[in-house]
Design a binder for this molecule. Structure first.
Ligand code: PLP
Length: 457
């Protein structure tokens, strides 16, 4: 009864992110009521393993008492402190220091915001300010990677390269450009080395087309492209692109909003290739989704250039909730969990997840299995040799999501037949095995669909 009236209220009043508004009205909301560890329960009492950690964010899992206690204490002690007027509060200072210590190389300066989208937005502002400070305002062109996702702020959505975020919104802007994705499954270049060489070539060609390095401000990448379908670049790709940007004097921005905080194994994916970006964006696992927060890391050089460029003047960038003390207290508690064994557990469970999903490769619908750590995907096809995607009539986004739900599993079901996984790092072996077993049930059910059968070769 209560749930039914909430569904009606939701339908009437709550606008959902990245949804067909009319489609959502028709379908109605699925209400979640509780979570513990890697499991969530809906309003009907149906328990599911959250194989996607909310929105690849609840890395520490649900119901962690130490996080709840840290937030409660901070709310009681001091619920809010502005960072304006030279003020501050202990949790944000401590969190910035600990993050700087843990971050790659000289990423020693941290600006806290509210989430990933505004973190990306912040980098765009800092990039521009940096080049103005260096006396090169003509360096104002931005390049990112096809199939990339960098949030849905007005500016970030233009760096994003997914059509739904552009159509009808008037972006990308004419200073926002893309090069093709490394997408190893469908890349015509072939071998890893050839893909890396091709990507270097694409970036060089794009820079030349824009008038040379003196016009290009920054290049944005994700260590693994998440919303594009969990596309893992060849080993060495990120380093090659970072080195090329350094050669060309183009700022290299690593967007670790998904990959940060243990998702791929270490605290930051950049560390896996010994990369030190000029700036790095994080959010999600920073507070494990308990409260909103994002963080932009700046290298010593970027920070000093902006600081010296501004001199006594204010760098005019800020938000009411920058460095929010409750979010920072949560960030510290979550970091304690990561460093207290959760990262190691995530690494072990990530290896088990990848092995389990690879075991599904023999299924007639599985064309590709990819991922690293607790970030993975399988791509479904009807013809493995031709890599033919599922027919649109099979409505992969809804059918696969619904079936997984029925089987007691939350996954990300991408519209083109990719199933994405990003379970909490606290998963047990049994939960990982269940994620794989329940996926096989979904695959078998999908194989029985007449439209899928008809398309199968
Ligand atoms: N950047 C990347 C790589 C992301 O995956 C996301 C969100 O999924 C964002 C930015 C935007 O973050 P948010 O949704 O917290 O605004």
């Amino acid at each position: 009864m209560l749930a039914n009236s909430l569904v009606e209220l939701d339908r009437a009043h709550l606008v959902h992110p990245v949804a067909s508004w009319r489609g959502h009205e028709a379908a109605g909301v699925r209400l979640l009521t509780s979570g513990k560890g890697a499991r969530i329960t809906d309003a009907q009492g149906h328990e599911l393993i959250d194989g996607f950690a909310g929105l690849w964010c609840v890395n520490a899992g649900y119901g962690q008492e130490s996080v709840v206690a840290a937030a409660t204490k901070q709310m009681q002690d001091l619920a809010y402190a502005t960072g304006y007027f030279g003020l501050g509060a202990e949790p944000a200072v401590r969190l910035a220091a600990r993050l700087a210590d843990a971050a790659p190389g000289d990423l020693n300066h941290v600006y806290f915001g509210l989430g990933g989208s505004d973190a990306v937005d912040t980098t765009v502002r800092f990039v521009r300010y940096y080049w103005h400070a260096r006396g090169k305002p003509a360096k104002d062109q931005f390049i990112s990677v096809a199939q990339g996702y960098h949030g849905s702020s007005t500016v970030g959505a233009g760096l994003t390269a997914l059509p739904a975020f552009h159509a009808g919104f008037g972006v990308p802007y004419d200073w926002q450009h893309k090069i093709p994705s490394h997408d190893t499954y469908r890349n015509p270049a072939g071998s890893d080395a050839a893909i890396i060489e091709a990507s270097r070539g694409h970036l060089l060609a794009k820079v030349a087309e824009l008038g040379g390095p003196e016009r290009v401000a920054a290049f944005y990448i994700e260590p693994i492209q998440g919303s594009g379908g969990v596309l893992v670049p060849p080993k060495g790709w990120m380093k090659a692109m970072r080195d090329l940007c350094a050669e060309l004097d183009i700022l290299f921005i690593a967007d670790e909003v998904i990959t940060g905080f243990g998702r791929t194994g270490p605290l930051f994916a950049c560390a896996e290739e010994g990369i030190v970006p000029d700036m790095m964006t994080t959010a999600k696992g920073l507070t494990s989704g308990y409260v909103p927060m994002g963080a932009v890391f700046l290298s010593d050089r970027v920070y000093s250039t902006i600081a010296d460029g501004a001199g006594a003047a204010a760098v005019g960038h800020g938000q009411t909730y920058s460095a929010h003390p409750v979010s920072a207290a949560v960030g510290l508690a979550v970091l304690d969990l990561y460093e207290g064994g959760l990262l190691e557990n995530g690494q072990r469970m990530g290896a088990r997840l990848m092995a389990g999903l690879r075991g599904l490769s023999d299924h007639p619908l599985v064309g590709d299995v990819r991922g690293r750590g607790m970030l993975a995907a399988i791509e479904l096809v009807t013809d493995k040799a031709a890599k033919t995607p599922l027919p649109a009539a099979a409505q992969p986004a809804t059918r696969i999501f619904d079936r997984a739900w029925q089987a007691g599993l939350v996954v990300r079901a991408f519209g083109w037949g990719v199933i994405g996984y990003a379970p909490p790092l606290c998963c047990t072996e049994e939960e990982i095995d269940q994620i794989v077993a329940r996926t096989r049930v979904v695959l078998d059910q999908t194989l029985d669909d007449p439209d899928v059968r008809a398309a199968l070769r």
